[in-house]
Design a protein around this ligand. Structure first.
Ligand SMILES: [Zn+2]
Length: 262
């Protein structure tokens, strides 16, 4: 399943394709959404927000399309009036004069207004998004030490969207490696310096992945994103030279360096 950085990059591409142009077509597969179609023609998509793994497509008439791709949903960008040759089920089609964005296979799709958005069950349950630039290290540290999360092992905590939204399995492994921590720790057991380093890694790793994943070093000042432990079992740790190990943790594969993670 894609994690926050990959979902935000998809949202960036969708925004570039559709934002700020009058909609010429709005089509929804689900009968309960059909009644909204005419009211969206001539309106614009103003922004596509990501909240963890959910996408919020904000329209200029105040409505918001909520979609969560779960395991199967996928977005495509095409020229208007283009059909894709696919066996996937089309669920949403939004078009302007220049582009159309298509959502296939997702089943978790709703149209919300400001009131229903504010009380949406998924959105009210998830924690702050790691890619939200308003979120800072002090707030993450405070959240780690809160009564709700301070006794939770990092192995499960980092996969729980109620703690921080947008993290997933590769980020869990890479964050713990950067902070030099084993996943059995709980926030209440760490020193202040460890907590600070961990809080910094919880934000810096996903943000670096968002900016740099898939880019090549020669085109950028900043180093390209590379996995340090994820899918690197049997290889040497670039920090200490110890061989990276692989196991299972909270039912998901986990990768770590036994040499420098403590
Ligand atoms: Zn190491």
């Amino acid at each position: 399943m894609p994690e926050g950085p990959e979902i935000r990059r998809v949202a960036d591409k969708l925004e570039a394709a559709i934002v700020g142009q009058p909609l010429t077509e709005a089509w929804f597969a689900f009968p309960q959404l059909k009644t909204y179609e005419p009211s969206l023609i001539g309106e614009q998509v103003q922004a596509i927000e990501t909240r963890g793994k959910a996408l919020l497509t904000h329209f200029s008439n105040g409505l918001t399309l909520y979609s969560h791709n779960q395991l199967y949903g996928v977005w495509r960008i095409v020229k208007p009036d283009t059909e894709l040759n696919t066996t996937r089920q089309l669920r949403v089609r939004l078009a302007t004069a220049g582009n159309a964005i298509l959502l296939y296979s997702a089943s978790d799709i709703e149209l919300l207004n400001a009131d229903t958005l504010a009380v949406h069950p998924f959105l009210t349950r998830i924690g702050p998004d790691v890619l939200n630039s308003q979120l800072n290290v002090d707030e993450v540290k405070e959240r780690l030490l809160s009564p709700r999360f301070r006794r939770r092992q990092f192995s499960g905590l980092l996969l729980d969207q109620a703690f921080l939204a947008g993290l997933g399995n590769y980020l869990r492994a890479e964050i713990l490696w950067l902070a030099q921590l084993l996943p059995q720790h709980r926030a209440q057991d760490l020193s202040d310096d460890q907590l600070t380093a961990f809080s910094e890694a919880l934000l810096s790793v996903p943000r670096h992945a968002y900016r740099m994943r898939g880019t090549m070093k020669k085109y950028h000042e900043e180093a390209a994103f590379q996995f340090e432990v994820f899918h690197r079992q049997g290889k040497e740790c670039r920090r200490c030279g110890t061989v990276i190990e692989k196991g299972t943790l909270s039912s998901r594969p986990f990768y770590w360096c036994p040499g420098c993670q403590r």
